[in-house]
Design a protein around this ligand. Structure first.
Ligand code: PBG
Length: 326
């Protein structure tokens, strides 16, 4: 009790604070999302995500080299295809944009960079939903076959990890089985296990041109009001064979990150999504906050909550700051 107990003693100098710091952000925590767009020849900045770009295929090698040189261990790839149709056939074509990007990147940097691919249909379907649509409904089981084909084609191209983000039931089991049947038993699955139907995805949908043409995603993504359900989602994905699990978005869902980590002790990722990035950028550009301090606080908090890995559009800036010891 006071005065014997004084908490401020260990906050007195920077060195003392560094000795008792419980959470330290490192470059190894970072996963950088990359958008590869088959329809462009030069990079295009994403209006709602300043300093983030859609890249043409011709730039992915250099991008990968830059990410490696910054010491970031992994990227996650999203594709914007030339061709969209009802069943998202470009998603599982060996000549699809992500498949080509993976081959380019792996040819350039090999195992120096972990390549994760987002497995979903929404960027590839004409209606923008994450599955097969019939009479206005997103069908679960027919979608599983397509997702499994997509995952196998990513593995064939050289992906190290596939990350299904569609939220169909049973997709992890189906993908695991398909990967194993095709000889890709060492390709890992990072499942977007607790993925919420969130307004924070707005800028991403502009970037990936993947907004649903009708309705919304609430019949497959989770209700933001639910926490118990997230634990059941994560449990099922682990049972089905997920090697890593993800909670998405991150900031408004830190309670979920904490619960998932505590309950399952799995390698746990959190996705610091596009809307979270856009808010920080907008506020810092307006001069309302100090960007660097804010970003480091946000990411440290996500790690403190229990995330082992953070998917973040701030990855490159953070890696640069950490390198300089800032
Ligand atoms: C695809 C997918 C989305 C995101 C990642 N994968 C969008 C969505 O579900 O609508 C969002 C990522 C972000 O906002 O940064 N289903």
């Amino acid at each position: 009790m006071f005065p014997a107990r004084r908490m401020r003693r260990l906050r007195r100098t920077a060195k003392i604070r560094s000795m008792v710091r419980e959470t330290v952000l490192t470059k190894n925590d970072l996963i950088y999302p990359i958008f590869v767009d088959e329809t462009i020849e030069e990079r295009v900045e994403i209006a709602s995500m300043p300093a983030q770009y859609r890249l043409p295929l011709s730039e992915v090698r250099d991008e990968a080299l830059e990410v490696v040189s910054l010491g970031i261990p992994a990227v996650i790839l999203f594709g914007i295809p030339e061709h969209k149709d009802e069943v998202g056939s470009s998603a599982y074509s060996s000549e699809g944009v992500v498949q080509r990007a993976v081959r380019e990147i792996k040819d350039e940097v090999g195992d120096d960079l972990v390549v994760i691919t987002d497995v979903c249909l929404c960027e590839y379907t004409s209606h923008g939903h994450c599955g097969v649509v019939k009479e206005g409904e997103v069908l679960n089981d027919p979608t599983l076959e397509l997702l499994a084909k997509e995952a196998v084609s990513h593995a064939e191209a050289g992906a190290d990890i596939v990350a299904p983000s569609d939220m169909m039931d049973g997709r992890v089991a189906k993908i695991r089985e398909a990967l194993d049947d095709s000889g890709y038993e060492s390709v890992a699955i990072m499942s977007y296990a607790a993925k919420y139907a969130s307004a924070f995805y707005g800028p991403f949908r502009e970037a990936a041109k993947s907004a649903p043409a009708f309705g919304d995603r609430r019949s497959y993504q989770m209700d933001p009001a639910n926490a118990n359900e997230a634990l059941r989602e994560v449990y099922l994905d682990i049972q089905e064979g997920a090697d890593m699990v993800m909670v998405k978005p991150a900031l408004a869902y830190l309670d979920i990150v904490a619960k998932v980590k505590e309950r399952f002790r799995m390698p746990t990722a959190a996705y610091n999504v596009s809307g979270e990035y856009a808010m920080v950028k907008a506020a810092s550009q307006a001069g309302y906050v100090d960007e660097k301090s804010l970003v480091l606080e946000v990411l440290t908090s996500i790690k403190r909550a229990g995330a082992d890995m953070i998917l973040t559009y701030h990855a490159k800036e953070v890696a640069t700051w950490l390198e300089r010891g800032e």
